[in-house]
Design a protein around this ligand. Structure first.
Ligand code: B12
Ligand code: SF4
Length: 777
């Protein structure tokens, strides 16, 4: 009786967390916690007109989506007995009003923190979060990683708040090696010691000296990592925390997922930080690393067991060749239940036959292609000169003639080499022609957006701006970081084009978007009400940009105070401006099988997780499938056998780049080999040898290594800074002036105006548009 009274007193008087603390023992520390920061750390307080920077992706403009690599890293580590979690700080700050960042970060208990700086727009947020973490957890090492980190590793490691930087596109195994070392040092109370054997690592030793290990871990395939979404599902259950794992705002209402066919790319688009050039020069990759098609199929099956949203298969698998394509598509037969879409980098070779293959194997399929410009010359200057708009039109007509084609998304982009404002404004007329040609088929969805906020760091054009008509406003890491507090996307952009000024680009982009939206509205491609909404928002966004200039250049007093009054409008007009964001969304159904699978997942995990917690342990969240250990590549070494960096345009005889296997013939007959650095279906002028010849004249700005040649290039680059920006200087001076003073410059801690593509409204709009598209021609 006494015991029950005690229990009742316990339950009645204590909060649930307190009860849990009494019943459950203290939990063991996690080995690593990966934190995803918002693009601009204090976005809730600042007034920034982000504009349409994220209109073509599901995230809000603070880019709350974390890299898929965080899930592959965590799963890999869990599989090897370590305990890892994802903490999407950006998502927490967006979802929870007045979310207290410092109090929540202080509660994290981990042997190491990992912060992704994969996409360059996170250059501000990731550093600010690292500074806070270092202050709150001074003895816990902080590591950075991701594509942008790889490029700026030398700059990053100089920050006091960063201990390690991982370079390269495959860091699972190097990360495991480091975490084991950190854990051992902690267990044995010994110093961590020499880390020079850990590949791809840039690090500081106990004396603060910086070391740059070779970028030598470059696996040849993508088969060792788990892309089956098992980790995030299990992670949510284990930590009883959904928000910190959410990939983006509103994901629960619009659970979009991705399947990735490869790491790297076979093409060399000038402004792309994921091109063969960027991978070769900055991430050590000399050939595309493919995922075995049978694994990709299994990924898709597993995803749709638990998640009902659409699956986008990104990175054009056609580049892997005919055999891969056939195995993948035929292997999907009778297995796909969710909406599925494929990204292609040009018209698929085989045209109508290829679409018949899709029809035979899939009840419904969609395609997305980024043509960048309707103008063949501009597209060629961008690096997609391997097809003409006429050829792309033909393929659209072919695709739409197939009954199982659900939609065809066609994207254009502004700000690319050789593109003038006049060329951007011609887009509308072209789109009108295109829609006429397909008889206003509503399944064709055309959209345009600006290349913003940044020209990709590490791209051919970033490394050689003048040759592509760009003037960089930011070159170094610091120069980028500082720009993220500027008041609008026009100001934040790290480039200006000699073909059109930033003001012209803003205006022309809004004009082209107005035209495309009008055409879609008039012809029932887009719901009339939604089209009217987009029209109004574009016009208001343009007005708002003018008002902003007025406030900036004619106003008085501190800039942030002047801008504060515009914050609400900035947020409202920073989404769904160049196109209705929910146009990106695809309708989907939740089926009873999904519910059954989720219930099974809960039943098989929850009691076992609880039992582990009773012992103070975190239960493994590794995938149920077997994956091999990650091994280093032999075909794409960043270093030659004699230790010299393999940075010459020509690789080893067997790397599929220069041994002749990568050539397609003049008729476009595809002879590209598995993993070769050339896209199939192209003429000899588009082979890797041709790429190499043109790249040979270019100079990589920041090679991924500090050995000899690389170091020289980096030194030279470090000296190249941009001209000072008076507006930025004024804002920084004002902030410094007010630092530490009692007056609170920013009081609002909310940005609920940012909605993202998801949410119930997004899903409802998507269903509306789906019905509209059912009116197939
Ligand atoms: C798939 C993809 C997307 C998907 C995102 C899926 C996702 N959640 O990751 C979508 C379509 C949504 C997308 C959006 C964007 N993307 Co994108 N994307 C790609 C693409 C095609 C492939 C990436 C890939 O294959 N990843 C493979 C996965 C398994 O690995 P991973 O995520 O890279 O992670 C590994 C390493 O990078 C590293 N790593 C990553 N994070 C960390 C953290 C730590 C601590 C450590 C140690 C290691 C580490 O280790 C991981 C495991 O090995 C590349 C182009 C290319 N050819 O690579 C562009 C690319 C990465 N994207 C790019 C850009 C610019 C964007 C956008 C900013 C565009 C925009 N303005 O809207 C947005 C940002 C979205 C956001 N954050 O909200 C640029 C980045 C250039 C740069 N350096 O900044 C790229 C290079 C090319 C391009 N222009 O598209 N993208
Ligand atoms: S096709 Fe071009 S834009 Fe797309 S990932 Fe490859 S290089 Fe980048």
């Amino acid at each position: 009786m006494h015991d029950y009274a005690f229990l009742w007193a316990l339950v009645a008087n204590r909060s649930l967390p307190t009860i849990k603390r009494v019943i459950l023992p203290a939990m063991e520390s996690l080995d690593i916690t990966y934190i995803h920061a918002p693009a601009t750390y204090d976005f809730r307080e600042r007034s920034i007109m982000y504009g349409p920077v994220s209109d073509m992706v599901p995230s809000t403009p603070i880019f709350e989506m974390y890299p898929l690599g965080l899930t592959t890293l965590c799963e890999y580590l869990e599989r090897h007995g370590l305990r890892a979690r994802i903490y999407n700080l950006a998502s927490m700050m967006l979802h929870k009003k007045n979310f207290d960042v410092e109090a929540n970060l202080a509660r994290l208990d981990s042997r190491m923190f990992g912060i992704d700086l994969h996409w360059m727009p996170h250059c501000h947020g990731s550093i600010e979060v690292a500074k806070i973490l270092k202050r709150l957890h001074p003895h816990t090492p902080i590591s950075f990683g991701g594509l942008s980190s790889s490029i700026f590793h030398e700059d990053l490691i100089k920050y006091d708040c960063i201990d390690y930087v991982f370079r390269g596109d495959s860091t699972e195994e190097p990360m495991r090696m480091l975490i084991e070392r950190v854990a051992r040092a902690e267990r044995t109370h010994t110093p961590i010691g020499d880390l020079s054997d850990i590949p791809n690592l840039t690090w500081k030793d106990a004396s603060g000296a910086i070391h740059i290990n070779p970028l030598s871990w470059v696996p040849d395939d993508m088969n060792a990592i788990s892309m089956d979404y098992a980790y995030p599902m299990k992670g949510v259950l284990r930590h009883h925390d959904m928000t910190s794992y959410l990939p983006m705002k509103g994901w629960l209402s619009y659970p979009v997922t991705a399947g990735l066919s490869c790491r790297g790319c076979a093409r060399n688009c000038a402004t792309c930080g994921g091109s063969a050039y960027a991978f070769r020069n900055h991430f050590g990759r000399r050939r595309v690393a493919w995922r075995d098609p049978s694994l990709l199929i299994r990924d898709i099956q597993n995803v749709q067991n638990h998640v009902w949203g659409p699956i986008f298969v990104l990175n054009d698998f056609l580049q892997a060749g005919e055999a891969y394509t056939h195995k993948f598509i035929t292997g999907l037969k009778d297995k796909v239940r969710n909406p599925i879409g494929f990204e292609f980098f040009g018209p698929p070779p085989g045209g109508d036959d290829f679409y018949s293959l899709l029809d035979e194997n899939l009840d419904s399929w969609s395609i997305e292609i980024s043509a960048e410009s309707h103008d063949d010359d501009v597209r060629a200057a961008f690096g997609k000169g391997h097809y003409t708009m006429a050829e792309l039109e033909d393929t659209i007509v072919d695709a739409l003639s197939h009954p199982n084609c659900e939609r065809f998304d066609l994207y254009f982009m502004t700000g690319i080499p050789k593109q003038t404002a006049a060329s951007v404004r011609e887009t509308g007329a072209y789109v009108q022609h295109l829609y006429e040609r397909v008889n206003y088929d509503p399944r064709l969805v055309v959209m345009t957006s600006p290349m913003a906020p940044f020209l990709d760091v590490g791209s051919i054009a970033f490394d050689n701006p003048e040759q592509f008509g760009y003037k960089l406003r930011a070159r170094t890491f610091e120069e980028h970081r500082k720009r993220m507090i500027l008041p609008s996307w026009k100001h934040i952009m790290n480039y200006e084009s000699v073909y059109m000024s930033a003001d012209e680009m803003v205006d022309a982009t809004y004009d082209a978007a107005l035209d495309i939206n009008r055409i879609k509205g008039e012809h029932g491609i887009l719901d009339a009400g939604m089209a009217a909404g987009v029209d109004a928002r574009i016009r208001q966004a343009r007005e708002q940009m003018n008002r902003l200039d007025d406030v900036l250049y004619n106003g008085t007093g501190r800039i942030d105070k002047r801008l504060a009054q515009l914050k609400e409008e900035f947020e409202r007009l920073s989404e769904s401006t160049v196109a209705e964001k929910s146009e990106l969304n695809w309708a989907f159904d939740v089926k009873p099988t999904h519910v059954a699978h989720l219930a099974k997942l809960w039943i098989t995990n929850e009691p076992a997780n609880f039992a582990a917690r009773l012992g103070g342990k975190w239960r493994s969240a590794a995938s149920d499938f077997d994956y091999p250990d990650q091994t280093n590549g032999e075909l794409s070494p960043a270093f030659n056998a004699d230790g010299t960096p393999n940075t010459s345009a020509r690789g080893t005889k067997a790397d599929g780049i220069s041994d002749g296997r990568a050539i397609a013939d003049e008729q476009g007959v595809q002879v590209a080999a598995f993993g070769s650095v050339v896209a199939p279906g192209f003429s000899a002028t588009n082979t890797n040898s041709a790429f190499d010849a043109s790249i040979a004249n270019l100079k990589a700005g920041r090679a991924g290594t500090a050995v000899k040649e690389g170091a020289a290039a980096i030194r030279e680059e470090q000296l190249r800074t941009v001209e000072p920006d008076p507006l930025l200087e004024q804002m920084i001076a004002e902030e410094k002036d007010f630092e530490g003073k009692s007056e609170q410059t920013h009081s609002v801690r909310d940005a609920s105006g940012l909605k993202g593509a998801g949410g119930r409204a997004g899903a409802r709009d998507a269903r509306k548009l789906d019905k509209l598209r059912d009116r197939k021609n």
